[in-house]
Design a protein around this ligand. Sequence first.
Ligand code: ADP
Length: 858
Amino acid sequence: MTSMMLQYLEIKEQYKDFILFYRLGDFYEMFFQDAITASRELELTLTGRDCGEKERAPMCGVPYHSVEPFIGKLISKGYKVAICEQMEDPASAKGLVKREVVREITPGTVLESSLLNETKNNYLCSIYFDKSGVGISLADITTGEICATSLENEPSKLLNELGTYGPKEIITNIDSERGAFLKSFASERLGAFVEFDVPQFDYQICTRRVLEQFGTDFLDKYGNDGCLVCATGAILEYIQKTQKTDISYINTINVYGQGQYLEMDLNTRRNLELCETMRAKEKRGSLYWVLDKTKTSMGARMLRNYVEHPLLDVRKIQDRQGAVATLFDNLVLREEISAHLSKVLDLERLMTKVVYGTANGKDMRAIHSTLSVIPDIKNLLYTVNTKELAIIREGLDPLDDICSLIDNMLIDLPPFSIREGGFIKQGYNQEVDQLRDIMTDGRGWIEKIEEREREKTGIKSLRIVYNQAAGYFIEVTNSFLSKVPERYIRKRTLANCERFVTDELKEMESAVLGAKDKLSALEYDLFVELRKTVADNLKRIQKSANMLAKLDVYISLAEVAVKNNYVCPEVDYSDVIDIKDGRHPVVEKFVKDSYFVPNDTYLNTTTDKMALITGPNMAGKSTYMRQSAIIVLMAQIGSFVPAKSARIGVIDKLFTRVGASDDLASGQSTFMLEMTEVAYILANATKKSFIIYDEIGRGTSTFDGMSIARAIAEYTTGKKIGAKSMFATHYHELTSLETEFDGIVNYNIAAKKRGDDITFLRKIVKGPTDDSYGIEVAKLAGVPNEVVKRAKAILADMIETGIAKPIEVKKSAQPELSLSFEDMATYEAADKIKKLDLNTITPIEAMNFIFELKKLFQ
Ligand code: ADP
């Protein structure tokens, strides 16, 4: 084998489960099995390289400057990549060039911005299991954020936690057999990569590691929690192992206890479409999409975190509300701050580049332009005095020292590379200026030599010329050749002149050419020094970045509240959910042309524990239930809510059992899956929880389903749980629960028949529904008339022969709200008039408007 191949194999031996990118000049090459795999996955041509043996080694490669997309592709396909660099300049190396692996890239440790989503954290997760419990730690190495918690050893709790953060990579101390549940959840639900039996979980090493990273404070507080220490220590060790660089920038850990945030499982998050839609997995159509008007990617990430972690502490919620309310009321302030925030770049990720030593001149300028808006924002915040906004104001460090440091040194538009100079401002450093003078003849040395030589030789036409290929010459025209002194060395003869050099000229030439290299090296050194100074101020900058992100979130929430007509909910520790004219924040965006009908919600833990909702398909039951849950959730985020008014007693856990979509991947039947979810809810819900059940028992026979649905309703409202809930069902028989059980109240969604047609009024009213409208809905959906007619005949037949009974409506205790088309038209007209802007409407538009209103009542 050639010595290079031996070196390759020696390194590869240590990175067996990685694809090794081995730097050879301007390429990263892969060999042997790596080459075969990579050529297949990346569609690269597989070639061969002589390796000293009979057969050539399979090889493929990618140019070093465009390596990112290739790494990205491999990572997304579940491979890990190790980058092996040349550690010395091949030109000056004696013998074989020294090479080392400088970074391991795994799904949770990606840093390349093109492989990251700006508005999403990229989490690595470590999970430590022992007999006493489970420790979890999550870190985003692109921003330096880290958090940790510990739980009792119960898989569902752990999976909830993973569902909240959606890590891209999980490392754990258990083996794949014990961790089978983790693996299937990670790959099927999160699309994450799991590594079992990771060696970094040693207690001693972990303890030392957290001590080094977070100081004695951390151990004093959490030292007793072995699971937490091991999970946190291991994640740091793993980051260190993969990054092979100083990771002291990960310096502030958020240790959270259970009971700090509203608990939701992954199903609930997905059902309520908090951050992405259920089917398309897109942001558009989610709650986050409605709420996100942030101007910065730091703010966007923080808002996503807020949405994933609604609070339980009323005081903290009120603090957030206070900030949103102030900005809600103050349009000018909001717009002025927004304008400044639009100039703010991703300081968190930029600072990581600074710490890693990969930030270039453009990155430093980006940091400068971001920091330079801070004083203005700080000043604007002096005009208000809300608690949270005052904290932001005080927390914002103007950082003018760092700002002027960068500004004094770097030109406005530095080049991409920091190796070739040309980015230090004139006047910043004397030596840089001198070297530049030499290079550009700034001090006229050519002229001086020219003049001196003319005088000495008496050759009037003597000139010094420059030519890129051959350097500097003295040019003498033919008529003066006799005057050329001996010390001139002839270089070239042209038609009417000859060219010479002198020792002095040669010296100057090498000084000029040397100056270029010297200058590049000097500029580079100065830049590295600047980068280090900025890195030394990391904590100050991180803190301001965090404040900017927070402010961005509050402004976004305020802006959304103003635009969409939200109100500030009253949040307390009561057991009441009382929403007047609530709307679904997302659905109302999609029914723009028609009118979204607002509805009230009232629940408590005594008289109104469960709203039992009956009504035809498509009437709006799911929308109504989800809107109630989402309004509660928004309130606990600290956001305003889509309603006329709302009082929300905080809930501890939110559950939804919605829809009956077959989970084909896990091979479980719909009904089995539904019951597993119900079992989970019944085991975990408390009196302070809020549960949504949508069409329970659908997946089995009618009588089974109905009995199960009834039993679940009884258990949920009964002594064991007593939670607040909403229960949509098409089993009309369940409506008798209202009279049999305390705290269950019938509701239905009004629909009106007009002949064979059905119109949904979308209004929730007390009392059970009076009909199933199944056949009418089928007609509405476009089922052929012939089938609709035949269905009616079959139904009539069944009623006649006693197989089916027509629905009997018992009068509800409360008189049913009578609703008519006219009522609905009045609501809609009122809404239209409210939204009309009298300042901008023209007389013709006004006429048209009245015409439209009139049409509503025809
Ligand atoms: P169900 O659960 O009763 O089958 P959905 O809640 O899925 O019905 O609602 C069906 C459709 O009706 C929704 O997609 C939405 O477009 C519309 N809708 C629901 N509620 C309202 C409302 N309050 N105002 C206007 N349109 C609504």
